[in-house]
Design a protein around this ligand. Structure first.
Ligand code: AMP
Length: 661
């Protein structure tokens, strides 16, 4: 109990405490002076104000007569709340109540004496009671503005005062013993799991017969596929040869073959040709590949086979067998569409994402599903509320891991995976391979293999005619409307902007001009976003204004034009955006508006344009040169460069570029 509220009519200090801390009232010149040699907590503070320099200025105690001192007993551990930093709180208490407060410190308890009129005493007492009652943290958080940590001349050292300011001790967690028991708990948690089967591959004889040179040559010709074994200990494993045809991969699985034939695909994409043999062999896999490379089928097909091949029946499993974690609802819905398109063994899939109908999603899960495609936030919500069983999952996919990390999903991913059996098979896809993604891979994949098909989707970009227009911010809108006026009836344009508000602004301007347009960004209701995408896909509207939410994962085959109204935040995003057109063998065009504000991007943009065999405008080259010069100068004179340059320097630029999705 922090506060005993014991009150006495008169303060009767014990002999020891009286001599240490308090001067008897009648010894004071002003009724309560700190001038004595005895050490009261406040007595040695310098005089605060008043004409009399020799003695602290004192306000007389209220208007009325002084009452006897009121005493309160407070636990020693809490007395710091009354004192405050450097005595700031006690001063404040005295000033606002009109009382004088003295503290007599004991080993376990302190006597707090309040002097003054009875109303001042009452006020101070109430304030102190409030301060020391549990849950009150006003002192610690905002108590006065005293310098850091204790008054030098206090009878308590600053460390004592600080210690006293700390909240009451909580029960200690014994981390060592928790660590020691972790393995034991893990074992207990996962005991009684049904057996798991992971190996489903039989290399076809033609694939086995390929020589190393033939394999290397084939990989080189197919987007320069790079494969590696990331196993850290022991000997490296043999990396399976790629499958050059669907039959080489799925000879044993006629139903899969039927599905592929039904949709009419000609041959596996590079990522598929290398990922399928790895995954069917039961290994964990990191696929560095972007949307549009066929990565979804690269993990879905082996996932279907994996689920079907488990020794435990669907009924015994008691929950879903495959989980795909994905950053956005749009991507989740696209993956679900792929699952349905290549329907295998009547597997049921469900999409779980924030903003969708939670109850409906829960009901679907309860009804029994095989594949869960989820965004981490909503799935974690269902998991915490025990509305979904994750123990039955044996095949886990972390799709677009870099994007999930960018969106801050790591804590939810961590919590979700805690409930998935550790001997599962895990696939991770990512467009990039930064430190965060490596860390994730190291934590959740076991001795994975890695397949990589190039950092940037240059293959797609190469089929797109890219035009760069350099102008001012004010000229952009007129340019866009001119572009729209010149669109042909069959054209379909995806217009990218940097801010959600800009998407709304431009699309409403277009509406006012009678144009059929939709907009897609993170502030729109989920239903509206789905509708916008559907309208665009089904060509009810031919113009979609979107933020970068749409640059990845958006799979609309007949986009003829990408129009970058605002330059993207980085060059990878540029490639993603441009890659939304020129798909499935079609040609496409991209128009990109560049202003002086975007000069930092000029060198990288030139690099991309050159590699894709595109024309590089002279103005862009000049811009890049100016930027390189500026960069060199900043390196040489770092101070001058910072904040002083044209446009207000970095701070302003960063503020302006609010790239919310
Ligand atoms: P993804 O990279 O998974 O987003 O796939 C992009 C698009 O490519 C999807 O519409 C797939 O259906 C399609 N696709 C997947 N595999 C192939 C393939 N082998 N040949 C042609 N298209 C494919």
């Amino acid at each position: 109990m922090p506060f005993k509220g014991r009150e006495r009519g008169n303060m009767s200090f014990g002999a020891k405490s009286a001599s240490r801390f308090a001067a008897p009232r009648d010894e004071r010149s002003d009724g309560y002076s700190g001038g004595s040699q005895e050490r009261s907590w406040r007595s040695e503070r310098p005089p605060s104000r008043g004409p009399d320099q020799g003695a602290p200025s004192r306000r007389p105690f209220g208007d009325g007569a002084e009452s006897k001192a009121v005493g309160i007993t407070v636990e020693s551990g809490l007395v710091g709340r009354i004192i405050g930093r450097g005595g700031s709180k006690i001063r404040e208490l005295e000033e606002s109540s009109g009382s004088r407060i003295k503290i007599n410190k004991g080993e376990y308890e302190c006597e707090v004496s309040i002097f003054g009129t009875s109303s001042a005493q009452q006020k101070a007492k109430e304030m102190i009671e409030e301060l020391v009652s549990d849950g009150n943290s006003r002192i610690r958080n905002g108590g006065g503005g005293g310098g850091g940590g204790g008054d030098d001349r206090s009878v308590w050292s600053s460390s004592q005062v600080k210690a006293a300011e700390v909240a009451p001790a909580r029960p200690q967690i014994d981390w060592n013993s928790i660590r020691e028991n972790k393995d034991k708990f893990e074992e207990l948690k996962w005991q009684d799991l049904p057996p798991l089967q992971k190996y489903f591959y039989k290399e076809s004889s033609v694939v086995s017969m390929l020589t190393t040179d033939e394999v290397n040559e084939w990989r080189k010709e197919n987007n320069n596929i790079f494969v590696d074994d990331l196993k850290e200990e022991g000997e490296k494993r043999q990396i399976p040869h790629p499958c050059r045809t669907f039959l080489e991969a799925f000879e044993l699985y006629p139903e899969i073959m039927e599905n592929i034939e039904r949709v009419g695909f000609v041959k596996p994409t590079p990522i598929q040709s290398q990922a399928w043999p790895v995954l069917l062999s039961g290994e964990d896999l990191i696929a560095i590949a972007q949307t549009g490379t066929g990565k979804t089928l690269a993990y879905l097909m082996p996932g279907f086979i994996h689920m079907d091949g488990q020794p435990v029946s669907k009924a015994e499993r008691g929950g879903p067998g495959m989980l795909v974690l994905t950053p956005t609802r749009e991507l989740a819905l696209q993956i679900e569409a792929e699952c349905n398109k290549y329907q295998y063994k009547d597997y049921k899939s469900v999409c779980i994402y924030g903003g969708g109908d939670r109850r409906g999603q829960i009901n679907l899960v309860k009804g029994g599903v095989d594949i869960v495609i989820a965004t981490p936030g909503r799935l974690n919500d269902l998991q915490m509320n025990e509305l979904i069983n994750l123990r039955s999952i044996t095949y886990l996919v972390l799709d677009e891991a870099d994007r999930m990390l960018d969106m801050g999903f790591e804590p939810q991913i961590m919590k979700i995976i805690l409930d998935i059996r550790p001997d599962r098979q895990t696939v991770m896809t990512s467009a990039t391979w930064p430190t965060g993604v490596r860390r994730l891979a190291k934590s959740y994949l076991k001795s994975p293999m890695m397949v990589y098909v190039g950092t940037l989707d240059l293959a797609a970009v190469n089929t797109v005619e890219q035009t760069i227009v350099i102008l001012t911010e004010e000229e952009k809108k007129a340019y866009l409307f001119d572009f729209i006026r010149n669109m042909k009836p069959d054209d379909k344009a995806l217009i990218f902007v940097g801010k959600k508000i800009k998407a709304d602004d431009l699309s409403s301007d277009m509406c006012l001009q009678g144009l059929a347009v939709q907009s897609l960004h993170g502030d729109r209701e989920q239903r509206d976003r789905e509708e916008a995408l559907k309208d665009f896909k089904e060509s009810r509207v031919r113009i979609l204004v979107a933020t970068d939410l749409a640059s990845r994962g958006l799979d609309v085959a007949d986009i003829t034009h990408v129009f970058n109204f605002d330059f993207p935040r980085n060059i990878e995003e540029y490639v993603h955006r441009v890659g939304r057109t020129g798909r499935a063998g079609r040609s496409g065009a991209a128009v990109t508006l560049v202003t002086r504000e975007n000069w930092r991007m000029a060198p990288e943009l030139i690099h991309i344009l050159e590699r894709a065999g595109q024309e590089v405008p002279t103005e862009l080259v000049l811009m890049a040169e100016r930027y390189e010069k500026h960069k060199r100068e900043r390196e040489m004179f770092p101070r001058e460069g910072r904040g002083g340059g044209r446009g207000g320097g970095r701070g302003r630029r960063d503020r302006d570029q609010n790239w919310g999705f």
